[in-house]
Structures are given as C-alpha cells and as structure tokens.
Design a protein around this ligand. Structure first.
Ligand code: LIP
Length: 271
C-alpha cells in the first residue's frame, strides 16, 4: 500500500506540474478569456482547460476512480460516496490572483480513499514551488522536508484568512476578523486557500481559518497535517461527512496557538 500511495503522489506531482505549465502559457499568451459563475465568481478559460487536462490524465491512468473538480465535476455529493477512490481537483486555486497577474496561484490535486485524503500535491507554478505529502511520510516543498512553525503566542502569530465571493456573510466575517486582528501579530489575505495552508505547513504563516470548497483545501490540509499542523473546525462537522473534505469553518495552525485562535472564531452569543 505504501508504494502504491507514493506512486499516486508522484503521479499527482507530475500532473500538477504539467497543468502549471499550461496555465503559465495561457497567461503569458495574453487575452485570457473569462466568465462568471453565479454572476460573482470569476472563471477563466485556463481554469477550464487545466481542469480538463487533469481530468483526462486521471481518467486514463485510473479509469475506475471518481473525480470532484471545481470546473468540470463540481458535484459535492461525490465527497460522501466512499465506495471508490476519489480525486479532488482545483485546477487554479487563486483564480482572481491568476487573472490579475499575481504569483499566488496553485494547482491542487488530492487523492482520497473512503473519505480520507492520503495523497496531496499543491503546485505553485509562478513561484516554482511544489508542496506534496503522502499519508504517514511527512511533507515536502520541492522534495525537501518542511515543518510547521513553533509559534506559542497568538499575539506574535501571523494569521491568514480569506473571504467568499458572495457578500452575505461579510458582516460576520468582519467582526471575526476584528477579534483575530486584535489578538494576533497581523493578518494576511493571500487569495489562495491552498497556498495559505501550505504556507502554514512550511512556517511562513502560523495559522489559517476560512470556509472554502473541498477542492480549495483537501490536498493542502494533508500537507499541513504531515508537516505537524493541527487541523480542525470551529463548528461541528455534519455526522457521517468525511472530515477531510468538510470545508466550513476550517482552522489549520501551528499546534501551540490552535486553541487560542479557535476560541476567537465563533460569533459570541448575542453578537
Ligand atoms: C479561492 C480560495 C480563497 C478564497 C477565495 C476563493 P478559487 O478559491 O482559494 O481562499 O478566499 O475567495 O474561493 O475561487 O480561486 O479557486
């Protein structure tokens, strides 16, 4: 099983790096076509083409496996079907960054069996960084071991978060942000959950919290766990739903600040 999983991680690494080359070329070519999902969420032609490329490679190599991907196969019910292996794909995490020419963009590919993510790759093509992990084998950045920060004081910790495309929850999120910013060193809003979480894994950040989709975080969460991070939720995970794929109210931190940050996140009674 160990060798099979390692081979799957290496397949995901190669696939993510090839998809990374595709999106670099697309952006360099200029005139990037884009559209909007639900009138608010930006999607580019590169998102769609990279999603199709990754899906084709997975289907050729693993025809019996299922795929949950942001653009081509976004059926979240797939996450609750534990019968066959599942690939969870975000072809471009940080789509707005990608469209604006920023570097914090990630290709995220995770592999899960019975709802547990056991292989994950996050490739950041514009920064030439590939984060990866196989369950039980530690976390790597460009094939070198990484580990989470040793932060123990929230007031001296750098915390990342993000915000949804929809604006309904902004008042609650701003009140939460005020509580966190009052008690930590500073906040970063990088624009890619996969990059945020991998930066916690390698100690560039001390913590992260947000609510995102499974494809945004599934691979990075395994990488962070394997790097020694504490991963959890600050609200209950629905009974029977795979914790590794539940993206509401995520908190991923250096172990020493987990409880201190977690206490600040839920809306206080009567707020
Ligand atoms: C993004 C997430 C990010 C979040 C953005 C967006 P996308 O995913 O990675 O953490 O704050 O609103 O959801 O849409 O670029 O794949």
């Amino acid at each position: 099983m160990h060798d099979e999983l390692t081979a799957i991680t290496e397949f995901a690494e190669e696939t993510a790096q090839q998809a990374g080359e595709l999106i670099i070329q697309q952006r360099r070519g200029g005139n990037l076509k884009h559209d909007y999902k639900d009138a608010t969420e930006l999607v580019t032609q590169a998102d769609i083409e990279a999603d199709e490329f990754i899906a084709q490679r997975i289907q050729q190599a693993f025809p019996k496996h299922r795929i949950l991907s942001e653009e081509a196969m976004p059926d979240l019910a797939q996450a609750e079907n534990l019968d066959t292996p599942l690939w969870i794909v975000d072809p471009i995490d940080g789509t707005v960054n990608y469209a604006y020419g920023h570097a914090q963009v990630a290709v995220s590919i995770a592999y899960a069996e019975k709802g547990r993510v056991c292989a994950g790759v996050v490739h950041c093509p514009f920064q030439q960084e590939t984060f990866m992990a196989t369950q039980g084998q530690g976390a790597l950045l460009n094939r070198m071991p990484i580990e989470v920060a040793s932060a123990t004081e929230l007031r001296r910790s750098l915390i990342a978060t993000g915000f949804p495309y929809g604006k309904d929850e902004i008042p609650t999120l701003v009140r939460r942000l005020e509580r966190v910013l009052t008690h930590c060193r500073d906040i970063r809003r990088i624009g890619s959950a996969a990059a945020d979480i991998c930066w916690v894994a390698c100690g560039r950040l001390d913590g992260y919290y947000e609510s995102v989709s499974p494809w945004d975080f599934a691979a990075a969460r395994l990488i962070a766990l394997e790097a020694g991070a504490t991963c959890g939720h600050f609200s209950p995970v629905p009974e029977g739903y795979p914790e590794d794929l539940w993206g509401r109210d995520l908190i991923i931190t250096a172990p020493g600040i987990h409880n201190a940050l977690k206490e600040l996140l839920p809306e206080p009674a009567g707020a």
